[in-house]
Design a binder for this molecule. Structure first.
Ligand SMILES: CCCCC/C=C\C/C=C\C/C=C/C(=O)SCCNC(=O)CCNC(=O)[C@H](O)C(C)(C)COP(=O)(O)OP(=O)(O)OC[C@H]1O[C@@H](n2cnc3c(N)ncnc32)[C@H](O)[C@@H]1OP(=O)(O)O
Length: 319
């Protein structure tokens, strides 16, 4: 077990150096645990368990935001989001997700990943709107880069990935789910890219992802209208692959990954990469431009006003 953990440690190879420096900068800026400290925690925790390895990847004071377990019999990892109240994705949370994705990707003992939520009725509420409202521009840009990173890692993962969608999944939550290979959802929730309803625009890579998932015509309607679909509508459109009762969502995701594991891994990975690489390469080639577009768009007075009104409407609704 201890050996398994040490293989999950991020090593500073030249290809990873830029990413490490980026993480270091974030840890310094935002008080997150250092990568090496995270690895140490992982090492320290795991020998205490038998089949199930548990890793707390959170910074001190925000423990359990992200729980990662790896079943060492099946090699299936589960990443459970628990950032109350609604698992919204802020800079620190995204950074933790990226660290976990990198570790799992590099682990020889992990072959599949399930992403799910611990918060009742919520999978993920998308981006933390507070990151975009009256922002510090440096942080805003870093936030967007970190979101791009999450998409690149998850959509491009060699692992078999499944979203166990056990609650609402608007916007960035939908992005996360659609970046997986398979989506199983509980009935009665909403999912979709609702950006236009907030007065903002889903960037080109969100658009590419939904088009890749459910085709152009349905995507152009969904994107312009900012439609949030019921689980049943999402199934009919191909946005999700299966609906099962809430209590069967996890088990169904596990069974599905077992099914995919029967396919020779090398062939499956090359096929996945060939299908997804063009979209990922496109973002790679336009990354800085996309960050600048996001910054310029979000910091417009008119967009700030609209976001302010949206935040107010959410707060009123919550009362
Ligand atoms: C031309 C170039 C273009 C370049 C690109 C430009 C721009 C693109 C930018 C970004 C893309 C954006 C992606 C996104 O993900 S934006 C986020 C979208 N998310 C939403 O709209 C979801 C909003 N939330 C809800 O609908 C509901 O909260 C819920 C998730 C369905 C849950 O409902 P529930 O009734 O259970 O909870 P409450 O509504 O009472 O909420 C509780 C509590 O949480 C706060 N909250 C909700 N969502 C968010 C969020 N996304 N971020 C931050 N905070 C959130 C809510 O305000 C309540 O707070 P309170 O303090 O009042 O308790």
């Amino acid at each position: 077990m201890g050996q398994v953990q040490s293989r999950l440690t991020i090593s500073p190879t030249p290809t990873k150096l830029a990413w490490m420096m980026h993480l270091r900068m974030l840890t310094t800026m935002h008080g997150l645990c250092e990568v090496r400290q995270c690895s140490k925690r992982w090492k320290n925790l795991c020998p205490q368990t038998k089949n199930l390895q548990k890793c707390q990847m959170s910074s001190a004071g925000s423990s359990e935001m992200l729980q990662v377990t790896v079943d060492d019999k099946s090699g299936i990892a589960t990443m459970t989001m628990c950032r109350p109240p609604v698992n919204s994705l802020n800079l620190e949370f995204l950074t933790q997700i990226n660290i976990a994705l990198e570790k799992l990707e590099n682990s020889k003992d992990c072959s599949g990943l399930i992403i799910t939520s611990k918060i009742p009725k919520i999978f993920c509420a998308g981006l933390d709107i507070m990151e975009m409202y009256q922002p510090n521009v440096d942080r805003l840009q870093e936030f967007w880069r970190t979101l791009q990173e999450m998409y690149i890692r998850l959509y491009g993962s060699q692992l078999i990935t499944a979203a166990a969608i056990n609650g609402a999944s608007p916007a960035g939550g939908c992005l996360m789910a659609m970046s997986c290979d398979y989506r199983v959802m509980a009935p009665g929730y909403k999912i979709g890219l609702n950006e236009t309803q907030l007065g903002i625009v889903a960037p080109f890579w969100f658009q590419d992802l939904i088009i890749n998932t459910m085709g152009f015509r349905q995507s152009e309607m969904a994107l312009q209208l900012g439609t949030l679909f019921t689980s049943e509508e999402a199934l009919n459109l191909g946005m999700v692959d299966k609906i099962v009762p809430q209590e069967q969502v996890m088990e169904t995701a596990i069974q599905e990954i077992h099914k995919w594991k029967k396919i020779p891994g090398f062939a499956r990975q090359i096929t996945k990469s060939a299908l997804r690489k063009p979209s990922i390469d496109k973002l790679h080639s336009k990354r800085e431009e996309d960050i600048a577009n996001f910054r310029d768009f979000i910091t417009k007075d008119s967009i700030q006003k609209t976001l302010g009104m949206y935040i107010e409407s959410l707060k009123k609704k919550a009362k």
